[in-house]
Design a binder for this molecule. Structure first.
Ligand code: KDG
Length: 317
């Protein structure tokens, strides 16, 4: 059995967050962000052994990313440093209490230059699970090729491959996403998508049930559908489980999808049934939306019970 539970890779960025409209300037705070590194941190906090691979700039913001990952116990042994290209930037503008605008400055970044060569050692070293997102293939042709190579290689070696669709309309079109995701799905055991992303996984005109049935027929074992505040579902052969979202005060939804995914994967690593994995997914999603930041408020394993045992507004003394 591999020493690493989960290998994931992609682009981590420096995220600059504002408390109000960007056009007015003011104070920005800098944080590590990136869908795969968010998942890696969430899993590491739950006690799983996680490696994150990718290309990180040699600049100071690249240093910030690596320091945060190391501090969170995420393995970075297979990270390549890039002395030529800058760290990709993400901007998170809290435009109103209910509307956050996300934009990027990441084309030509170190992370987007990811290629097969940087992943070879990490993927061949092996892991129980390889987690992919649909963001990485959108970054560049070489990153797209590397994602497919990793999926094929890890699946052939017996790793469980998970894929979170994570469609980013600022990076590519729905048509491009549909084309790149199709070969990845062939290697995935778990596919996670928001309900508005299901059209990217097959016939755009098909219903949810028809899309799910096709995926299960093609070898996917669990299709997990996120419905935001309306909860989530998991479909497996002949079964379906649904869960409502937990009743928490939402203060920041950025990163909630990654937390949800990490919760589901953590359940699979612990050998839970799909419905139990969904419970943990919903729980991590609730921690994420009720705390600020992409990953900062996520729970350790010892804190998993907190939201169930304490009513909203509680002070634990
Ligand atoms: O939304 C949280 C993450 O997914 C974010 O940190 C990264 O959006 C992201 C991207 O495009 O890489």
């Amino acid at each position: 059995m591999a020493d690493v539970d989960v290998l994931t890779f992609g682009e981590s960025m420096a995220a600059f967050r504002s408390a109000g409209p960007f056009a007015l300037g003011g104070t920005f705070t800098a944080h590590l962000a990136g869908a795969e590194s968010n998942v890696a941190i969430a899993l590491s906090r739950l006690g799983h052994r996680v490696e994150w691979a990718g290309r990180v700039s040699g600049d100071d913001l690249g240093e910030l990313l690596l320091r945060e990952l190391r501090a969170e116990g995420v393995g970075v042994a297979h990270v390549a440093r890039d002395a030529e290209r800058p760290t990709g930037l993400m901007f998170v503008e809290a435009r109103t209490a209910d509307l956050v605008r996300v934009s990027y400055n990441r084309s030509g970044s170190a992370g987007s230059a990811l290629a097969v060569d940087q992943l070879r050692a990490a993927v061949t070293a092996g892991s129980r699970l390889l987690h992919l997102t649909g963001i990485t293939p959108a970054l560049s042709a070489t990153a797209c090729e590397a994602t497919l190579w990793a999926a094929q290689t890890a699946a052939a070696a017996g790793a469980a491959v998970s894929l979170d669709v994570n469609f980013r309309s600022r990076l590519w079109s729905r048509r491009q996403a549909r084309q790149a995701l199709a070969p990845l799905v062939e290697h995935a055991r778990t596919v996670i998508a928001s309900d508005d992303e299901l059209d990217l996984l097959g016939d755009p005109e098909a219903s949810e049930d028809a899309t799910v049935a096709t995926l299960l027929r093609r070898g996917v074992r669990a299709v997990v559908v996120k419905r935001g505040p309306a909860g989530a579902s998991v479909h497996t052969a002949g079964r379906r489980a649904d869960r409502a979202a937990l009743d928490v005060t939402a203060v920041d939804t950025i990163g909630a999808g990654d937390a949800f995914t990490a919760g589901y994967l953590s359940g699979t690593l612990d050998g839970l049934q799909p419905a139990g994995c969904l419970d943990r997914a919903v729980l991590l999603g609730a921690f994420s939306v009720s705390t600020r930041g992409d990953w900062e408020g996520l729970p350790t394993r010892a804190e998993l019970h907190l939201l169930h045992e304490h009513a909203p507004g509680s002070a634990v003394r």
